[in-house]
Design a protein around this ligand. Structure first.
Ligand SMILES: Cc1cc2nc3c(=O)[nH]c(=O)nc-3n(C[C@H](O)[C@H](O)[C@H](O)COP(=O)(O)O)c2cc1C
Length: 233
């Protein structure tokens, strides 16, 4: 049983009248998910395009509602938290999460950050206890896998790359992922989009190949796991 939650964050559509405007991250994610679907490992598929349909930004009323005890929340406060409740339920249901994101201004799009702000919520996805000393926050979800798919115009954002110190997209996603219950992360990156040269084509081809390979590996892993479950039942 695999429930897949797929989050796209580009403000660009996957397909446009001018194909050079097509979102790269969305198309790599599409290849990954289509390959998984061909292997019939997805039982439930949940999709959100937060780039084109962004969640609301949190505000002071949202914080007020979150910190009100559940049984004392007013109808208005429950309404404020309805979207957050829904987005958290989608994360909680998922075994595998795919986040496909462009790099905007060296980090994630504001739309994707808005999604995280709705989800990382006290007593829902983490709890807080000063008895834990310097690390009072503890995630409440666990056991999930994350695939991060990114596209950038420049290049060299790896830890040993020439722009490692400007890399705030994947490091931020990795930091936040533990509040989604992530225990294993795979990464696929396409770079050089702004150079529009052979390095970009090579990087793109590589990312599409990686998407297919990873989906095939995940399907095999899942099939082996479910075979083991049947054997031991
Ligand atoms: C508003 C905006 C900001 C961007 N900022 C960066 C950046 O800081 N670094 C970078 O390498 N590329 C940057 N880019 C280029 C995008 O990361 C690149 O076009 C990528 O392919 C976009 O993802 P998409 O193809 O999925 O839409 C930016 C593009 C836009 C539109």
């Amino acid at each position: 049983m695999t429930t897949l939650l797929h989050i796209d964050a580009s403000v660009r559509a996957a397909f446009n009248p001018n194909p050079s405007h097509n979102s790269i991250s969305k198309n790599i994610a599409k290849r990954f998910i289509e390959t998984l679907k061909q292997q019939q490992v997805i039982d439930e598929y949940i999709y959100r395009d937060v780039g084109m349909n962004p969640p609301a930004f949190i505000n002071q009323d949202w914080i007020g509602a979150v910190f009100s005890p559940e049984e004392k929340r007013t109808t208005a406060q429950k309404e404020i938290l309805a979207l957050s409740d829904q987005l958290i339920a989608e994360v909680a249901a998922a075994d595998l999460i795919v986040i496909a994101s462009p790099m905007y201004n060296y980090g994630m799009p504001a739309q994707l950050k808005a999604w995280f702000d709705q989800i990382i919520r006290i007593n829902k996805t983490f709890d807080f206890d000063l008895a834990r000393g310097d690390f009072p926050l503890q995630p409440l979800l666990s056991g999930k896998r994350l695939v991060i798919i990114t596209s950038s115009g420049e290049f060299g954002f790896d830890t040993d790359g020439i722009r490692a110190n400007q890399s705030h997209l994947v490091p931020h996603l990795r930091t936040l992922s533990k509040y989604l219950g992530i225990e294993h992360i795979d990464e696929i990156a396409s770079e050089y989009q702004e150079f529009a040269d052979t390095r970009h084509q090579k990087s793109l081809d590589n990312a599409f190949n990686q998407a297919e390979t990873l989906a095939t590996e995940l399907a095999l892993f899942q099939q082996r796991n479910s075979a083991l479950h049947v054997e031991y039942e």
